[in-house]
Design a protein around this ligand. Structure first.
Ligand code: IMP
Ligand code: MG
Length: 189
């Protein structure tokens, strides 16, 4: 275990089992649909890579990169699109794949933008859900783990762009989290 990690919240094994379970469910639910998985860079890429290999029905993938801006420790809900999708969404059953649902601001904003592009359907899958920090009500269609209000890293999730390569999800040691944590002021997904 990395010395920067206080403790492992979700092990590699637990993640693998859950991702397989989620993949199987998506497989069943999208059997007759035209599945387009929209992944949010960069945090969701590891989850996406593992998840799609548990899905056996035909699918396509596309990427979006966004950045959220907020004041102090809260996001403002203003999301800047840094990289837009390559595809038009008409006719697709879109499944947004995200790393973590926190305040809900990012996904709320995104889903509204994508709905305006008239996909056939649109749903959301996240690996993690931190309901205690929710500002915007949000209903998840697929969720891996509900976690407490801890800042977690690993399996794609970062702190100042580091730790994405850890194979597990861990809680960062307090001394690694700067005083007056700036991560929410401006962050990339
Ligand atoms: P929301 O708009 O507050 O729901 O923000 C979700 C985004 O915040 C995620 O896509 C992550 O990039 C980031 N985020 C929220 N919580 C964490 C965490 O515990 N670790 C790493 N990134 C996080
Ligand atoms: Mg991030």
């Amino acid at each position: 275990m990395s010395s920067d990690i206080q403790f492992i919240l979700i092990s590699e094994q637990e993640i693998a089992e859950k991702v397989a379970e989620m993949g199987a469910k998506i497989n069943t639910d999208y059997q007759t649909q035209n599945l387009l998985i929209v992944s949010i860079l960069k945090g969701a890429v590891i989850f996406l890579a593992d998840l799609i290999r548990k899905i056996t029905i035909p699918l396509e993938i596309d990427f979006m990169a966004v950045s959220s801006y907020g004041a102090g420790s809260r996001t403002s809900g203003v999301v800047k699109i840094i990289k837009d999708l390559d595809k038009e969404l008409a006719g697709y059953d879109v499944l947004i794949v995200e790393d973590v649902l926190d305040s809900g601001m990012t996904l709320n904003y995104l889903i509204n933008i994508l709905r305006e592009r008239h996909p056939h359907s649109i749903k959301v899958a996240t690996l993690l859900d931190k309901p205690s920090r929710r500002i915007k009500d949000f209903e998840l269609d697929y969720c891996g783990f509900v976690i407490p209000d801890e800042f977690v890293v690993g399996y794609g999730l970062d702190y100042n762009e580091k730790y994405r390569n850890l194979p597990y999800i861990g809680v960062l040691s307090p001394e690694k989290v700067k005083e007056n944590c700036t991560f929410m002021e401006e962050f990339d997904s």
